[in-house]
Design a protein around this ligand. Sequence first.
Ligand code: CP
Length: 313
Amino acid sequence: MSGLTSRHIISMDDLTAADITTVLDTAESFKEVNERRIKKLPTLRGRTIINLFLEPSTRTRTSFEIAAKRLSADAINMTGSASATVKGESLRDTAKTLSAMACDLIVVRHAYAGAPQVLTECMDAHVINGGDGRHQHPTQALLDLFTIRQHAGRLAGLRVGIVGDICHSRVAGSLVPALRTVGATPVLIAPPTLLPARPDVLGAEVAPSLDEALPELDVVYLLRVQMERAAGMPFPSLREYARFWGMNEARLSSARPELLVMHPGPMNRGVEISSAVADSPRAIVLDQVNAGVAVRMAVMYLLLGGEGGGAAA
Ligand code: CP
């Protein structure tokens, strides 16, 4: 049983508009728990949650672990270097092995798009995609929506500029459909070499430059330039990238006073975002991190049978 439409969260396709509202509203009550001195609820006592992270992570892995522990679940962390995958065990055999230990929910991060889907085919556990290759990172999109709603008071009607390495980005892969589902407008802003081949298929607007788009934006969402996924730099230099596509103080002066500056982390300071902007009051990057715990508590609670509303009573 799940408090959401689907029993897994692999992509934003698994979540209806009503599901998204349920997650965000449930996360509100868990955020309040996270502000208490004792940040713990008995809600998932006796449930077992495995974090299988076969790619590096700071924010996602840690926040899922904290979220599981705050709900009193037994949380087990596995990383690539500490698992039998380094001895050549296949993902399917790893999944079947963990399934035989009767885990209730698994969070997986993997370099290959589609790996979380494979787990759904060979495990009884609920599966949450913690980021798969260039495909999707749905809980990042949910925490981003939560953070925007907290600051702007709404989601529908907002214009959100997504800037940078869109074609390599699983964050953009989830954020674009998430924004569309809640009635916001995603605007893609990138050098042509970092745009997907058919941006129209995503249902997003495309702006020719950051300078042209910025005055009309409610949110500017800067993506990390992902050197590890690009075969060579797809632009002449980091300096040129920063000059044309980076968010800096000069550009802030042409934006709306209420513009929100977001970044999923980890940031390349001086490339997609200057230190002055990253450390300015406009940047809500650490609010995104904070929201990550509450949102991940909400999705685990809802997938494991909880219902929206009154979750933290
Ligand atoms: N935003 C994000 O996924 O960060 P990590 O790689 O640190 O988990």
